[in-house]
Design a binder for this molecule. Structure first.
Ligand code: FES
Length: 310
């Protein structure tokens, strides 16, 4: 969608946040230090768009600029840069197909064709009933599970034409299909299994029945217990770990792991897809408590957890 296209749209003369949204906007602004309220421009534009039938008229951008004491052009720059903002009326469900290189290599051409065939519209158009708008976007940031399509706020990953058509049909019937990987993956890793972080205490290819606990942001000197509380403490310990004295991990500092110790806890059954693929390398589970503090891998791992899992 181009700025030119937006100028062809009939623009409302005014925009004002509802009282509830204004209160929410003030709470968002209060999260930023004095003088830095412009940092709230993205969430406020998003709030305005959600209030205004999923598109952002110029009057809404002006209202955000006024609220944040920003030059209007600065707000226009933000609103025209991000594809998440619609500057013309959009269908109720916005289907954003990623066609950047990883998704293209994994079949996004077929996904685009399936969208156009199923919805009966071309890229950039909205269905006659106003239900779906189809758009092409750059990388959605979930490349490992390519090809990826975003519909509304949800990502649908590991798609092919048939799965995509089924998804659109379900959404058209008013259903809410399960978001995320459509082949059961719950993490981002190579389709044949993880090539890094192989010592995870769960199978990243398996469909979760219960959500994993996401560790809060760790402090610099906080050990990161990646292993669930019920699981036994793993046996492989890095020398000089600095693990608390008296803990099982501390007792094993510097010890060479035996073959038996290096075996991970029993793994959950793998998904059908995972069973069909090459087995994941069996390596020892290395607890975060046993890691030298300076590595900070626990933080990286915590951050690598999907949001919804997203
Ligand atoms: S290239 Fe499609 S999600 Fe990154």
């Amino acid at each position: 969608m181009t700025l030119g296209a937006a100028t062809d749209v009939e623009q409302p003369r005014d925009f004002a946040f509802t009282s509830d949204n204004l209160a929410l906007a003030q709470r968002i602004i209060a999260k930023y230090p004095p003088g830095r309220q412009a940092s709230a421009v993205l969430p406020l534009l998003d709030l305005a768009q959600r209030q205004h039938d999923n598109w952002l008229p110029r009057a809404a951008m002006d209202a955000v600029a006024q609220l944040l004491d920003m030059p209007r052009i600065r707000v226009y720059e933000v609103a025209t840069f991000y594809s998440m903002f619609n500057r013309a009326p959009s269908g109720r469900h916005r289907v954003q197909v990623c066609t950047t290189t990883p998704c293209w290599l994994r079949g996004s051409d077929a996904i685009v064709a399936a969208c156009e065939r199923t919805l009966g519209i071309r890229m950039g158009e909205t269905t006659a009933d106003g239900e779906f708008t189809l758009s092409e976007v750059e990388c959605l940031g979930a490349c490992v599970n390519a090809p990826v399509v975003q519909i509304g706020d949800d990502y649908y990953e590991d798609l092919d034409a048939a799965r995509l058509e089924a998804l659109l049909d379900a959404i058209g019937r008013g259903e809410a299909p399960l978001a995320g990987s459509q082949i059961g993956r719950r993490g981002s890793c190579a389709v044949t299994g993880p090539t890094t972080l192989q010592a995870l205490p769960f199978d990243p290819l398996a469909q979760e029945t219960e959500p994993q606990t996401v560790q809060a942001e760790p402090s610099a000197d906080t050990a990161i217990p990646l292993v669930p509380a019920a699981a036994p403490v793993a046996a492989v310990v890095a020398p000089g770990s600095g693990a608390p004295a008296g803990t099982e991990a501390a007792e094993k500092v510097g010890a060479e792991p035996t073959k038996a110790e290096a075996k991970p806890a029993a793994r959950k059954p793998r998904s059908k897809m995972a069973q069909a693929d090459a087995p994941v390398a069996e390596v020892g589970v290395e607890t975060a408590a046993a890691k030298p503090k300076k590595t900070g891998t626990g933080k990286a791992r915590a951050k690598s957890k999907p949001a919804q899992e997203s």
